[in-house]
Unconditional design. Structure first.
Lengths: 613, 307
C-alpha cells in the first residue's frame, strides 16, 4: 500500500499548520503560525509552552477541531494520511473516538456524575459500532488492570464521585483508550493533581501507552513531567515552534533561550538552603498571629462539636515579618487552617492570639482593627474580585473602610498600591474581566495590602496560574515581604514553591501537624515519613526519574492510599513505610523536638527518622 | 527571520517584567448590538409602547363613540371611518384597540414592577438571612407558588371586586413568587462567591453586601427575566379580562375586547374585532420575547462567566 515504510508509521503530521482567530469585526489574528511536526506509532510527543503558546489549539487540530472563534487558515493536519482540517463534521465523527481520543485536564468535568463509570468508559466504541458491549467490557477490564486501579472488577460499577481524583484521571485514560485509538491527545492531564497522585497517574499513562502501542500528543507546561513520559519534545512560543527534538537533547543540551527560560521557571527541588532569609527588622517578642492547640471541623453534632473534625491540636505561630508555608496534599486541612485564622471557621477548641492578645474565634465578634490586621487572599482570583466593580473600587474600599481615606489621599495610596504590585496606573479604571489571571491575582494582593495588614493569608495563590506567571507572583511576594514587613502564611500543595519562599514550613497531614520548623530543618533529615514522601514525589528534570521513584520504598507504601481523617493513632499509619503495628494505629504520635523549633510528630524517635527510609 | 529578531520577540517582554504578564481573558466588553430578530422585536414593541402612550390622543374616535350612529348593525367589515370595522356594540375597533393598548400594557408593566420589587427584596433577603428564616419564607412562597395563578386571581378579584389597582396588586403578588425563587437562587449563587466572603472577612455590613456586592451582579440576569415575566403578566391580565374579571366594560383592554366580540365568530360576520386584539397580544409578547432572546444570546456566555 504505502510506498515508504517511513510514512507508514506516521500517525499524525502537522504540515505548515496555520490557525487564525477571527475577531468580532471579521479581521483575523494568527494564533498558530505554520507548525510542522510528526508523531510516529508508539511515540509520545510533548507540546510544551506557557499559556497562549498555542499548544492546546495545535493538539485539538489532530481531532479536526477548532475552538469557537478560531479557524484553520492553511497547511494540513494529517491523521493517518487524511487531512482532518478539510473534513466536515459528518466525516470527522467516525474519526473522533475511533482513530483519535482526547483526554482533558479535568476528569471531574469529563465524567457525567450520574452515569456509572463503566457505561461511560465503554460508550465510544459501542456508539461507533466498533465493539459489542461484551468486547468493550472486556477491553475496559483489561485497561483497569493495566492502569492499576484498585478492585478492577468492580470499579466500573461505581459512580464518578465514589473514586478519588487520581483514579478518575486514570479512568479517563481508560475511556480514551477503550476504542483503541491510534492517537491519544492528552491536555495537561496531571496539572491539577497532588505530586503523590501525579506519580501514580504518570506511571499508569506511560505503561498503558506503551502496551497499547498508541501514539500520543502530550500537552503540558511542565518540563519535568515531560522528561518522564515523552520521546520527543516540541517547544512552542506564540504559535511557532522554537525548538524540537528528542527528549534527552532538549532536556540536557538545549541551547535555545526560550527553552532555557522555561527551565528557569521550573522550581528548584526542595532542599535545605533554599529558604530566603527575611529581615529581622520587624521582629518583636510576640508572634503576629498564633493558633494554640486548635481543633476545628465542619458540621455540628448534638453536643455542639464538629461532626467532621479536620484540624486536631494544631499549634502554629506566625512571627512578625516571617513567612510560614503550610503544605500537604488536598484534604489535609490547609485551607481549613487559613479559615480558622481568618475567623471564617471558629475552632471548636483552643484559641487564637493576635499580637499576643486573644481574639474572638468568630470574625463577627472581631473589631474592625482586628479584622484589618489579618487579610485573606483567595486561590481563584476570578471569583475573589467582584466583576461589577472597577479595580480602583476594589482596592479603594479597604483604604476607605479601615483607613478612612477619601479623595486625593485615597487616590494617592491607590496608585502606590498598584505600583507595589507592578500594575500600571490606568488599570485602576478597568474591570476584573479585562485583566489576565496573573494581573487579577496582583489586584487581589493589592486589596489585602490596602488594609495595611500584619498577616496576609495566601491560599494557593499561584496554583491556578501558569508556571511562569506563578513564578512572577512569587517574586512579587518576596519583594512585598522585604518592603512591607508583613507576615505571610503561604498555603500550597506545591512543596517546591513553598520551599523557595517560606522561612518556616508546617507540614499538615489529615489535620495534624506532622512536622514543623525552619525551612532548612524541615527539608533536611530527620524527616517525618510524610515529608520524605512529599519531597521524593516532586518530579526531577531528568529522564528515568519516574522509574527510580516508583521503585523506592516510600513511594510504594505512600501511594497505597489517600488522605483519611482518623480519630485514633497517626493518620499517616496506612501509608507509612516506618509504621509500627499496634502503636501507630492506636496512639496519637508524640511530639519530638529536634532543637531550633523543629518538631516532628512521630512514634519513631529522631535517630530512627534520621536513618530510616 | 533572523535569530536576533526571534530573540527580541520573546525575550524582551520577559525582561520587561509585568508587561509580559499574558493577555487579558477578554477584550473590554463589546456593546450590545441587536441582530435582525432583535431589531424586529424592538420595532414591534416600540410601536405598541408608542400606541399605549399616545393612543388616546391619536385615536380617530373616543373609546365608546360610534363611528356610524345611524347604522345599527354590529360587526361591520372595515370601511372608511372604521378601518378595522365595528364591534358588538357598533363601536370603532381601531379606537378601542388604541385605548386598550395603554391599559393592557400599563397594568402589566406596573404589576411586573411590583412583582419584581416584592420578589427581589424578599428573595435576596432570604438568600442572605439565616437558614431558618430562609426556610420559613421559602416554604410560604412555595405554598403560594403551588396555587394555580388564574384560580388565585379569580378568587381575589371575586372577593374584593375588580378595579385597576386590584388587578395590579393581584398580578404583582402572584408573580412575585416566581421572581422570589429566581432572586433567591441568584442571591445564593452570588453569596458563596469568594468576593462576598472577602467582603464579610473585611467586616462589611449586610447593607453593603446586598447593595454593592450582590445586587450589581444579580441585576443583569434579573432584567432579562423581567421581559419574560412581563409577557406572562400580559397573558394573565388578558386572561382575567377575557373571563370578565379584569378590566370592566365599557373600558377597553385587549383581553376583554376578545371576549366582548366572541359572538362575531358564530355570526360569521367580520372576525376582525376578535382577531385584532388577539393579534395585538401575540405580536407584543413575541416582540418582547425576541428582544429578551437576543440580549441573552449576546450576553449569555459572558453573563454566566462573570457570575
Amino acid at each position: 500500500m504505502a510506498k515508504h515504510s517511513d510514512d507508514n508509521d506516521v500517525i499524525f503530521e502537522a504540515r505548515e499548520l496555520k490557525i487564525n482567530a477571527v475577531r468580532d469585526d471579521g479581521s483575523e489574528l494568527p494564533i498558530v503560525k505554520g507548525v510542522d511536526f510528526k508523531v510516529r506509532r508508539g511515540e509520545v510527543v510533548a507540546l510544551i509552552g506557557e499559556s497562549g503558546s498555542g499548544k492546546t489549539t495545535i493538539s485539538l487540530s489532530a481531532l479536526g477541531y477548532c475552538k469557537p472563534g478560531l479557524k484553520f487558515a492553511g497547511g494540513e493536519a494529517r491523521l493517518l494520511g487524511q487531512d482532518v482540517t478539510k473534513m466536515s463534521t459528518e466525516e470527522l465523527r467516525p474519526v473522533r473516538g475511533e482513530r483519535v481520543a482526547y483526554l482533558a485536564q479535568s476528569a471531574a468535568a469529563t465524567f457525567n456524575p450520574s452515569i456509572l463509570i463503566n457505561e461511560q468508559v465503554t460508550e465510544a466504541p459501542i456508539l461507533h459500532g466498533t465493539k459489542t458491549q461484551a468486547e468493550a467490557d472486556a477491553k475496559a477490564l483489561s485497561l483497569y488492570h493495566a492502569l492499576e486501579l484498585p478492585d478492577p472488577e468492580n470499579i466500573g460499577t461505581r459512580y464518578p464521585h465514589q473514586v478519588s481524583g487520581g483514579q478518575l484521571q486514570r479512568l479517563m485514560a481508560a475511556m480514551a483508550l477503550c476504542g483503541e485509538p491510534d492517537l491519544l491527545v492528552l491536555d495537561e492531564p496531571t496539572t491539577a493533581l497532588d505530586v503523590t497522585t501525579q506519580i501514580e497517574v504518570l506511571k499508569a499513562f506511560k505503561k498503558v501507552i506503551k502496551e497499547e502501542g498508541a501514539a500520543a500528543i502530550y500537552v503540558t507546561h511542565d518540563l519535568a513531567v515531560v522528561a518522564q513520559v515523552a520521546d520527543h519534545i516540541v517547544v512552542l512560543y506564540n504559535g511557532e515552534i522554537k525548538e524540537a527534538g528528542p527528549v534527552e537533547t532538549i532536556i540536557n543540551k538545549s541551547e535555545h533561550p526560550y527553552t532555557k527560560r522555561l527551565m528557569g521557571a521550573i522550581k528548584p527541588l526542595p532542599k535545605a538552603g533554599l529558604g530566603e532569609a527575611s529581615n529581622h527588622a520587624h521582629m518583636r517578642d510576640v508572634p503576629a498571629l498564633e493558633a494554640k492547640s486548635v481543633d476545628a471541623g465542619y458540621g455540628r453534632d448534638a453536643e455542639g462539636k464538629p461532626k467532621t473534625m479536620v484540624l486536631r491540636d494544631v499549634n502554629v505561630a506566625i512571627e512578625r515579618g516571617k513567612t510560614v508555608g503550610i503544605i500537604g496534599e488536598s484534604g489535609c486541612g490547609k485551607s481549613t487552617l487559613a479559615r480558622v485564622f481568618a475567623g471564617l471557621l471558629p475552632p471548636s477548641d483552643g484559641h487564637l492570639k493576635l499580637d499576643g492578645e486573644s481574639i474572638a474565634p468568630d470574625l463577627r465578634n472581631r473589631s474592625r482593627e482586628e479584622l484589618r490586621k489579618v487579610q485573606f487572599v483567595y486561590q481563584m482570583a476570578d471569583t475573589a474580585l467582584n466583576p461589577r466593580q472597577r479595580i480602583k473600587d476594589i482596592i479603594g474600599r479597604p483604604l476607605e473602610f479601615y483607613g478612612g481615606l477619601t479623595g486625593a489621599a485615597k487616590n494617592k495610596r491607590l496608585l502606590e498600591l498598584l505600583e507595589m504590585v507592578e500594575l500600571p496606573p490606568p488599570f485602576a479604571e478597568r474591570y476584573p474581566h479585562e485583566l489576565s489571571g496573573g494581573q487579577k491575582q496582583r489586584v487581589n494582593l493589592a486589596r489585602a495590602l490596602a488594609a495595611d495588614p500584619e498577616v496576609v493569608l495566601c491560599d494557593e495563590v499561584t496554583s491556578a496560574l501558569d508556571t511562569i506567571v506563578g513564578a512572577n507572583v512569587i517574586e512579587l511576594l518576596k519583594t512585598l515581604r522585604r518592603d512591607t514587613g508583613v507576615s505571610f502564611v503561604f498555603i500550597s500543595h506545591d512543596l517546591s514553591t513553598v520551599a523557595s519562599f517560606a522561612d518556616e514550613i508546617v507540614v499538615l497531614y489529615a489535620g495534624r501537624v506532622a512536622e514543623q520548623g525552619p525551612t532548612d530543618k524541615v527539608l533536611s533529615p530527620p524527616y517525618h515519613p510524610y515529608t520524605r514522601l512529599l519531597i521524593s514525589s516532586v518530579p526531577e528534570m531528568r529522564t528515568g526519574w519516574l522509574e527510580d521513584t516508583i521503585a523506592s520504598k516510600e513511594t510504594i507504601t505512600g501511594m497505597s492510599g489517600g488522605v483519611e481523617l482518623t480519630d485514633t493513632g497517626c493518620p499517616f499509619f496506612a501509608r507509612c513505610p516506618l509504621a509500627i503495628e499496634g502503636t501507630c494505629d492506636t496512639q496519637a504520635p508524640p511530639r519530638r523536638v529536634d532543637g531550633d523549633n523543629h518538631v516532628i510528630e512521630c512514634h519513631r524517635d529522631i535517630d530512627e527518622l534520621l536513618g530510616g527510609g | 527571520m533572523s535569530n536576533a529578531q526571534q530573540n527580541d520577540h520573546y525575550v524582551a517582554p520577559y525582561d520587561a517584567g509585568v508587561s509580559f504578564d499574558e493577555l487579558p481573558d477578554s477584550a473590554p466588553s463589546s456593546r450590545y448590538s441587536p441582530s435582525w430578530t432583535g431589531w424586529l422585536g424592538i420595532s414591534v414593541v416600540s410601536f405598541w409602547v408608542f400606541i399605549a402612550i399616545l393612543g388616546p390622543y391619536i385615536a380617530p374616535l373616543g373609546e365608546n363613540d360610534l363611528p356610524f350612529p345611524d347604522d345599527y348593525s354590529e360587526f361591520q367589515m372595515p370601511r372608511p371611518g372604521a378601518w378595522l370595522g365595528t364591534d358588538e356594540s357598533d363601536r370603532d375597533v381601531l379606537s378601542r384597540l388604541m385605548f386598550g393598548a395603554g391599559r393592557t400594557i400599563g397594568i402589566s408593566f406596573a404589576a411586573t414592577l411590583l412583582a419584581y420589587f416584592i420578589g427581589v427584596v424578599m428573595g435576596i433577603g432570604a438568600a442572605i438571612s439565616t437558614p431558618r428564616v430562609d426556610m420559613i419564607v421559602s416554604r410560604i412562597n412555595d405554598a403560594f407558588l403551588s396555587l394555580p395563578t388564574i384560580m388565585l386571581g379569580l378568587v381575589v378579584v371575586a372577593a374584593v371586586g375588580s378595579s385597576i389597582p386590584v388587578l395590579i396588586v393581584t398580578a404583582g403578588v402572584i408573580y412575585a413568587t416566581v421572581v422570589f425563587r429566581l432572586a433567591r437562587a441568584l442571591g445564593q449563587e452570588i453569596m458563596v462567591m469568594d468576593f462576598v466572603e472577602a467582603a464579610r472577612v473585611r467586616g462589611e455590613g449586610r447593607w453593603w453586601i446586598i447593595t454593592r456586592e450582590i445586587w450589581p451582579n444579580a441585576a443583569m440576569p434579573l432584567m432579562t427575566d423581567f421581559g419574560l415575566r412581563l409577557i406572562y403578566v400580559i397573558l394573565f391580565i388578558s386572561s382575567l379580562s377575557f373571563l370578565g374579571l379584569g378590566v370592566q366594560p365599557p373600558q377597553a383592554d385587549w383581553g376583554s375586547m376578545v371576549r366582548e366580540n366572541l359572538g362575531a365568530l358564530s355570526y360569521g360576520a367580520s372576525v376582525i374585532p376578535v382577531l385584532a386584539p388577539a393579534l395585538a397580544i401575540a405580536t407584543l409578547t413575541v416582540g418582547i420575547n425576541l428582544i429578551v432572546d437576543d440580549i441573552s444570546a449576546h450576553s449569555g456566555g459572558k453573563l454566566s462567566k462573570r457570575l
